[in-house]
Design a protein around this ligand. Structure first.
Ligand code: ZN
Length: 351
């Protein structure tokens, strides 16, 4: 049975809200996601282990150290600055972003105000930082790394019940409900364990722009993703298209398969087969699965309509690579079906 790695600390983050086009709505990336998945897996007989603490070395290999430090400190700075009592804002919410449009090629000075620094490493208004955000995000990294350790020690499949998710976190940016890139940490940890080539197969409904960016120039890590077509108006909007294939020595190690909304299992599974075949051609020695289940029919966050048996088949297709698998939880927001979707995918991955 596949080992499930989790940490109670991942429950510490409460999104507080998502601010979309200026409208404050309740966040969907809630702690209950972890408990419903955990409870269903335990009921199904999956063994549960605690994430083991790890040093920051791998985390700082995939993210810019200054970005990691910022995320660790920004909530405390916000609280020390009096933003909750003085302005009624109980989350770190940026109001200015130092984009290319603002800087126009000029050098940016380091901003003094906490409310200005809030925009330094953040790229949307949907991903707020609260009192437990760092603790949860860092615990999710430990879970991913623990699962990679298990795979390196001979487990054929290990699963990290990560939360918050990570695949939208870039080398120096957070957004899309993601803060630290758990899948990227797992892939780098596998590389450090001696797997010469590692493939990441991203089955979340959305393109993992952060993971793609982290490995964009890397010849040793393949990134392949099936996801709802950003060209049809879906997040992350600006990237995730089929013409993105990597650059430099990473040319050809990125493969995006955008999928038309409402296309169901047939288009999804044919894309998964293409990703599997590309990972095999790449010569991968281990696989990280970015296991979002928000492509499922009941999920409110995507229109892909993949069935539960489609998710199980997704696992079966990836398992046929015959290499160790580390599955890392990404999205999935329909609480009543979340546990079953994950369990079925893990059964597929177990072959
Ligand atoms: Zn997603």
């Amino acid at each position: 049975m596949t080992t499930v790695v989790w940490s109670a600390e991942t429950l510490a983050h409460a999104p507080g809200a998502e601010i979309w086009i200026g409208v404050r709505t309740p966040g969907t990336e809630v702690a209950e996601r972890v408990t419903v998945i955990r409870d269903e897996l335990v009921a199904g007989g999956f063994p549960l282990v605690e994430a083991a603490p790890h040093e920051d070395e791998v985390l700082r290999a995939v993210h810019e150290p200054a970005f990691v430090d910022h995320l660790r400190e920004v909530w405390q700075q916000w609280e020390d600055g009096g933003y909750p009592p003085d302005y009624g804002q109980d989350r770190v919410v940026p109001y200015v972003f130092p984009t290319e449009a603002m800087l126009a090629g000029m050098p940016a000075h380091h901003p003094v105000a906490t409310h200005a620094r809030a925009g330094l490493y953040c790229y949307d208004t949907m991903t707020l930082v609260g009192p437990g955000t760092w603790q949860a995000a860092r615990a999710a990294v430990d879970a991913a790394q623990t699962a990679a350790d298990l795979a390196a020690a001979g487990k054929r499949v290990a699963y990290a019940l990560c939360r918050p998710p990570g695949h939208h976190a870039t080398p120096a940016g957070y957004g899309g409900s993601c803060y630290l890139n758990n899948a990227a940490v797992a892939a780098q940890a596998l590389r450090d364990h001696g797997f010469a080539k590692v493939a990441i197969i991203d089955v979340d409904a959305h393109h993992g722009n952060g993971t793609q960016a982290i490995f964009w120039e890397r010849p040793d890590v393949f990134y392949g993703s099936a996801h709802v077509d950003p060209g049809a108006g879906w997040f992350p909007h600006y990237v995730g298209f089929a013409d993105e294939t990597g650059t430099g020595s990473g040319q050809g190690t990125t493969l995006n398969i955008p999928i038309t909304p409402e296309s169901g299992d047939a288009a999804w599974l044919s894309a998964l087969t293409r990703l599997r075949d590309a990972a095999e051609m790449f010569g991968t020695e281990a696989v990280v699965v970015s296991l979002g289940v928000d492509a499922a029919a009941d999920d409110p966050e995507s229109p892909l309509r993949v069935t539960t048996s489609g998710y199980r088949e997704t696992g079966t297709i990836i398992a046929s690579l015959g290499v160790p698998v580390v599955a890392v939880q990404e999205g999935g927001y329909h609480l009543p079906s979340l546990g079953t979707l994950v369990a079925e995918t893990l059964h597929g991955l177990a072959g």
